[in-house]
Design a protein around this ligand. Structure first.
Ligand code: PEP
Ligand code: MN
Length: 493
């Protein structure tokens, strides 16, 4: 495949169709698919070129060690979870996490949520077993129906408090779901924008970000003391007349703790959908010196990433991604060869634009040592500017003795601390983290129980208590703050 620049004429939003598309969905009703796609292509953009360019600029700052990236949210969103409570809890946790990081790292935090469009899921097999039936795998709410809240549990599991409910017809891919995904994304984004422009992110509100339920006194005290430190700092700057709306200016990027920048992201898996939301727009004058320059923007999210299962250099996903101006992520796992990684960078970023590429490594705690150093060296030798981010979740998934998909807090921390150390040893720097976490609480105010360990020492026996993920296991509120303090203390010391 050619490594032509994105601006070259051999790329259009549909050239991916001539390539093999991994994880493709077979729609039984093609007419309906066409109608849906043509409707989607006329609907308004969800995000704007200037927001997208601003994120790319800020990721350039991350790459130059002037900021730190927090990429986090659910493994997958669901239409049912699109509620005020869930969205507020997620934003609250992202804000709490980033406040802890600002305090320790003394750097602006670039916040990118896995939110407002993270519906599609890659699956290792086309079918899966539910009870004693072999059915089409659930591919995410924008493709087919899940039907059963705990479908991956064996029927006989003593931990399944909910009956397996499965409507087989619901597993048929339905194009209408792409439209529902668009409207759920729009609703979610509207609520996020509303929250962030109405004082929810103000430093005077952190206690409203749902810390009240945190039962560990030391975790709570640590967080309260950071809030007090930062409030003091703000009062001081207000006194000396440098308040500027409670915002810290840093290296040209706005890093506000009063009203914050926040960006959306999802895995760019469903290329039909991504194509329909790709629009040719003027490149904002602030970033282009070329008169009347036009560019293709994916207007469904600020940031999109290519998953570990769809990053083949001659595949449809890489072809699509090489043509858009959005900053993009690429998952890098143990199966990535050194020269393959460099070839991939040559294809998606031939002009070596700063802030364009974020490499999200996800090897597993036991493998990071074997792969990361050589990947860092290969990228360095190629001269490609990249942001390196550690995803300590996806290489550390296991099945508990009770049959639940889980992750151990120790393994997550292990991979993360190894990453920080290895980057240092290789003359590189970890620029951010990519996490699956949730601030969701149940009706009694308890957090979910999906990952083992952490300061709350969640045991295998407790996993089934409030296991709510219908996809990968997420860190709960307390476990997430544990991770935030770990990173923060690392950069502080
Ligand atoms: C994910 O981020 O949810 C995911 C599926 O990751 P990966 O492609 O790295 O397996
Ligand atoms: Mn996941």
């Amino acid at each position: 495949m050619s490594s032509a620049s994105a601006s070259s004429t051999d790329w259009t939003p549909s050239t991916w169709k001539s390539k093999h598309v991994a994880q493709g969905v077979e729609y039984p009703d093609q007419d309906k698919l066409s109608k849906v796609l043509s409707k989607l292509s006329t609907l308004p953009p969800l995000v704007t070129p200037s927001e997208i360019e601003r994120l790319r600029f800020q990721l350039g700052q991350v790459q130059r060690n002037e900021a730190f990236l927090l990429h986090a949210g659910d493994c997958a969103e669901s239409f049912d979870a699109c509620t005020n409570e869930n969205i507020s809890a997620k934003i609250g946790l992202i804000l709490s996490f980033s406040l802890i990081l600002i305090w320790g790292a003394r750097l602006p935090i670039v916040r990118v949520g896995r939110i407002a469009g993270q519906y599609a899921k890659p699956r290792s097999s086309k079918t899966e077993k539910v009870g004693d039936q072999e059915v089409l795998s659930f591919r995410g709410d924008n493709v087919n129906g899940y039907s059963s809240p705990l479908f991956f549990l064996p029927l006989e599991s003593s931990f399944s408090p909910l009956p397996i409910r499965l409507d087989i017809a619901d597993r048929r891919p339905d194009p209408e779901r792409l439209l529902r995904a668009y409207f759920h994304s729009a609703t979610t984004l509207n609520h996020v924008r509303g929250l962030l422009t109405s004082g929810f992110a103000s430093l005077h509100q952190p206690r409203d970000w749902s810390l009240s339920h945190v039962r560990s006194p030391s975790l709570k005290n640590e967080f309260e003391s950071i809030v007090e430190d930062l409030t003091d700092a703000l009062d001081f700057s207000r006194t000396i007349g440098q308040d500027a709306g409670a915002s810290f200016e840093h290296g040209g990027a706005r890093s506000t703790v009063g009203e914050v920048d926040f960006y959306t992201s999802h895995e760019g898996l469903m290329l039909d959908y991504e194509q329909a939301l790709t629009r040719k727009c003027p490149v904002p004058k602030t970033v282009s010196s070329v008169p009347n320059q036009q560019g293709y923007y994916n207007t469904s999210a600020h940031f999109l990433w290519i998953g570990d299962r769809t990053r083949q250099i001659d595949g449809g996903h890489v072809e699509y991604f090489r043509g858009i101006r959005n900053p993009i992520g690429i998952k890098v796992g143990p199966s990535m060869k050194n020269d393959e990684l460099v070839k991939l960078l040559d294809i998606v970023n031939p002009d070596k634009i700063s802030g364009k590429i974020t490499l999200i490594s996800r090897y597993g705690a036991g493998k990071v040592e074997n792969y990361l150093p050589d990947h860092i060296k290969a990228v360095k030798a190629s001269g490609h500017p990249v942001v390196w981010v550690c995803d300590p979740m996806h290489g550390n998934t296991l099945t508990s003795s009770t049959g639940l998909k889980t992750r151990h807090f120790h393994a997550i921390i292990n991979e993360l601390t190894s990453c920080i150390r290895i980057h240092g040893e290789c003359g590189s720097r970890l620029g951010g983290v990519s996490l699956e976490f949730t601030g969701e609480l149940n009706d009694e105010g308890f957090s979910v129980t999906e990952c083992l360990g952490g300061s709350m020492e969640l045991s295998e026996e407790q996993l089934g208590l409030r296991y709510q993920s219908f996809c990968d296991p997420r860190l709960n509120f307390e476990q997430s703050l544990d991770v935030a303090f770990l990173i923060s203390n690392h950069y502080k010391n």
